[in-house]
Design a protein around this ligand. Structure first.
Ligand code: AMP
Length: 405
């Protein structure tokens, strides 16, 4: 059987097709194809696919214009059918960013579910509309296949009240659904499980650090999320590529009242012109690390602010957990930047967190067969792991569970 995973953005669709064997308790997933359709609706679109066949990878590139998401989905199905790899599709799994309070588990989609996801749009106006479009076009073209929504927020549904509540007027909070939801749930769930497998224990107290373009930390107690840094939206918490993370909410009032900025302008400032980009003018950590190495002060300061924020969260989450068995680094920065990992860990010695410098430098998670590399010294009380995240694989696994496969 096969499962297709779709991540629909406003002008792109990313997809992965997995073969799932029915062998053991949990199906083993093997990637069959992966690809991206970019610049949907623009004059020049680009569809790239990598098809696995008999141990080889065939790369296909198509520059034909893709007019809208429906055209995009039809293009990707035609590509997969043309390549002869779409044979026995049993489900399509969709990444949906915000599930609100209602969706706390992967959910098989019907008309009511579509309406309820639509109702969450005010909570995630930047993401949910595109996710919903993906669901609608896939349902229209393949009504024969069950569609499953997997929510970024769902893994954090286990947050206790003390972690999810903001200390604001209760009636306002209840009426408008103002609370911490948390995001990147599929990634935190996936790497937490990999850490538990690697360390051979399922009772771990973990801090997982998803450090990509978006970034978040989670405190995970025996596989359950008990706190996380993103909040009502993905804007809160760590410093990100272009998002500010934590700031005093009064900064917004100040900018509106004193600087005469409109609310949309402040929204754009905090979501698109802040974070690393705001601090030093670049949002790619590789570039910033290079600049800092060449003596650029703004770049060096941006790295310092970025690492310090993460370090504070590790300390806070160790306190929230009351113990700490492992710190997990994942996503673009966490998997690939030994220097950033070293900056974060510096000063965490009081929690028993340390790195073996040679292991940290040599770590290459993507070429390690199980995608897990231990970075700590052999005698360290706390494990430090770099783990290759795989959100689409997690969505595929959860979708198969949801349809009972
Ligand atoms: P993601 O959103 O997980 O794809 O992560 C994207 C970010 O990872 C990019 O903006 C880069 O800053 C960062 N990144 C990727 N590779 C490296 C690397 N080798 N060193 C430092 N940062 C990296």
């Amino acid at each position: 059987m096969q499962i297709l995973v779709l991540n629909s953005g406003s002008s792109s669709i990313k997809y992965r097709l997995f073969d799932a064997d029915r062998g053991g308790d949990t199906p083993t997933l093997t990637e069959r194809a992966t690809g991206t359709i970019e610049r949907i609706g623009e004059t020049a679109s680009r569809t790239t696919s990598r098809i696995h066949r008999d141990g080889d990878v065939e790369e296909l590139v198509d520059e034909q214009r893709v007019t809208d998401h429906a055209d995009g989905f039809a293009t990707l199905v035609a590509t997969l059918e043309g390549a002869g790899v779409l044979t026995e599709l049993v489900a399509i799994g969709h990444r949906v960013v915000h599930g609100g309070e209602e969706f706390v588990a992967p959910t098989v989609i019907d008309e009511r579910v579509v309406e309820r996801i639509r109702a969450q749009i005010p909570l995630a106006p930047l993401h949910n509309p595109a996710n919903l479009t993906g669901i609608e076009v896939a349902t229209a073209l393949r009504p024969d296949v069950p569609q499953v929504a997997v929510f970024d927020t769902a893994f954090h549904a286990t947050l206790p009240t003390r972690a999810y509540r903001y200390a604001i007027d209760d009636e306002v909070a209840q009426t408008h659904g103002i609370r911490r939801y948390g995001f990147h749930g599929t990634s935190h769930a996936y790497v937490a499980r990999r850490a538990a497998d690697h360390l051979g224990r399922d009772d771990l107290g973990l801090v997982t650090l998803h450090l990509g373009n978006g970034a978040s930390a989670a405190a995970i107690d025996a596989g359950h999320s008990i706190d996380t840094s993103m909040g009502l939206s993905p804007l809160e918490g760590l410093v990100m590529g272009s998002r500010s993370g934590d700031i005093d909410p009064a900064v917004i009032f100040h900018l509106v009242r004193q600087a005469g900025m409109g609310l949309d302008e402040v929204d754009e400032l905090l979501n698109r012109r802040s974070g690393l980009l705001g601090l030093c003018g670049d949002n790619d950590l590789r570039v910033i690390e290079e600049r800092a190495e060449q003596g650029d002060q703004a770049a060096a300061s941006a790295l310092d602010v970025y690492a310090y924020r993460i370090r504070k969260y590790v300390g806070a989450y160790a306190a929230a957990l009351g113990r700490l068995d492992a710190v997990v680094f994942t996503a673009g920065v966490g998997e690939n930047s030994p220097t950033m990992r070293a900056r974060v860990v510096e000063g965490l010695g009081l929690l028993g967190v340390s790195l073996a410098p040679d292991r940290n430098l040599a770590a290459d998670v993507r070429t390690t067969p199980d995608g897990v590399v231990a970075l700590h010294p052999d005698d360290a009380p706390v494990a430090v792991l770099a783990i290759a995240t795989d959100e689409e694989r997690e969505i595929a696994t959860q979708s198969l569970t949801a349809i009972g496969a």
